[in-house]
Design a protein around this ligand. Structure first.
Ligand code: M7G
Length: 356
């Protein structure tokens, strides 16, 4: 199941060569499938190819974690039956069979609407009043893909992240970070970001890379975010991952990182403009604080896309961060607000300053 999220392909050693590269949509062109849907390419024999098997045949639905009607999304908790292999592996560490399934109705791809109408549609007239006609219409299946992300095996913190919970704002001083936040993050293993290492080491998502600067100190990889279908520029969403390990979040940034950040801003934006035709003035580039994953990364989204986590209490614009870092070690001295959910381990640690 995990392969549905990754690219599911074997990569040759040649692909791992560190060189400056711009990778066009090579393999996507080959199989004509949208980026990241893994269709027909996954190795998990129990689930794929998608066309022939019910992806959820061995899935037991548990509950809806959250629904987001405005984004037409549903976040579900369920369990996949373990395969024989998984059972063997799991008996050692007791890993869970839990899964989080994220369903998202795709936005219309405006280049395809003409084809969609021409392909034929069946519909029931729901009502008509004067010149106004309301139908429930069924277009051919190929136009109705539901973007589906499966996190498997899912940990308790995955399940909690996507569930509903009251949230609070913490004003985190530098001392709070060092004495409360940092030890808790270290203990909860939130600095383990295997999926990031897989990308930086060219082991996963290699053919999705849009731009790479291979410099170990100031270079980065730019690729479509897990949240994006990789096609619809209206909801464009890419992330930049610096090659340098050990920078967990904006808290760790100093003026030493300015070369890297300026490259990410200039080269990253230029690569997006070249590939997707979106000018720099319509790209929102920002960090999250706190992030979910503690390998520094920068979000690039279409300014018109209401990206989750773009709100004032979470987003820090890349340009502002670069500007603040001119005043050396700004983020080591700043009080930075962040949002914490009641189920986050940090909530209990900051309880004293959240109670009225
Ligand atoms: P964040 O601020 O740490 O978390 O951003 P959040 O925005 O999810 O709260 C991490 C970003 O990395 C998010 O936008 C994720 O959608 C994206 N992301 C996470 N994973 C596990 C992957 C992945 O495996 N591949 C890619 N391409 N993006 C990912």
């Amino acid at each position: 199941v995990a392969d549905i999220i990754g690219d599911g392909e074997q990569h040759t050693e040649g692909e791992s060569a560190r060189k400056k590269l711009k990778v066009e949509q090579v393999s996507r062109e080959k199989d004509k499938t949208p980026a990241g849907n893994g269709k027909g390419k996954c190795s998990a024999s129990s689930l794929l190819p998608v066309e022939e098997k019910n992806l959820f045949a061995n899935f037991t639905f548990k509950r809806v974690l959250r629904a987001d009607p405005s984004r037409k999304m549903a976040f579900l908790h369920g369990q996949f039956e373990k395969t024989a292999n998984e059972d063997e592996e799991d008996s050692a560490d007791g890993a869970s069979k839990d899964a989080v399934v994220i369903l998202e109705q795709s936005a219309f791809h405006l280049d395809h609407v003409e084809k969609m109408l021409a392909a034929g549609a069946k519909g029931d007239l729901e009502f008509q009043n004067d010149v106004y006609h309301n139908y429930r219409v069924f277009f051919p299946a190929e136009f109705n893909a539901t973007k589906t992300t499966i996190i498997y095996p899912a940990t308790q913190s995955h399940i909690e992240k996507f569930g509903q919970q009251p949230v609070y704002i913490v004003d985190e001083s530098p001392d709070d970070y060092l004495n409360i936040t940092l030890p808790s993050l270290q203990k909860s293993k939130r600095f383990d970001t295997k999926w990031v290492d897989n990308i930086l080491d060219h082991e996963k998502e290699t053919e999705r890379i849009v731009f790479e600067d291979p410099d170990k100190e100031s270079g980065f990889v730019l690729l479509p975010d897990l949240k994006w279908d990789g096609h619809n520029v209206d909801s464009l969403y890419l992330i930049a991952l610096p090659h340098k390990r050990g920078i967990h979040s904006i808290r760790d940034l100093t003026s030493d990182h300015l070369t890297m950040l300026n490259k990410i801003k200039n080269e990253g934006t230029a690569a997006i403009t070249e590939k997707y035709g979106l000018p720099a003035s319509r790209i929102r580039a920002f960090f999250h604080y706190q992030p979910t994953f503690y390998h520094l990364h920068i979000h690039f989204t279409n300014i018109h896309f209401d990206a989750p986590g773009r709100n004032a209490e979470k987003a820090h614009m890349l340009t502002t961060v670069i500007s603040n870092l001119q005043y050396d070690d700004y983020y080591k001295k700043a009080t930075i607000p962040f949002v914490v959910g009641e189920k986050d381990p940090l909530f209990a640690l900051y309880d004293h300053c959240l109670k009225p």
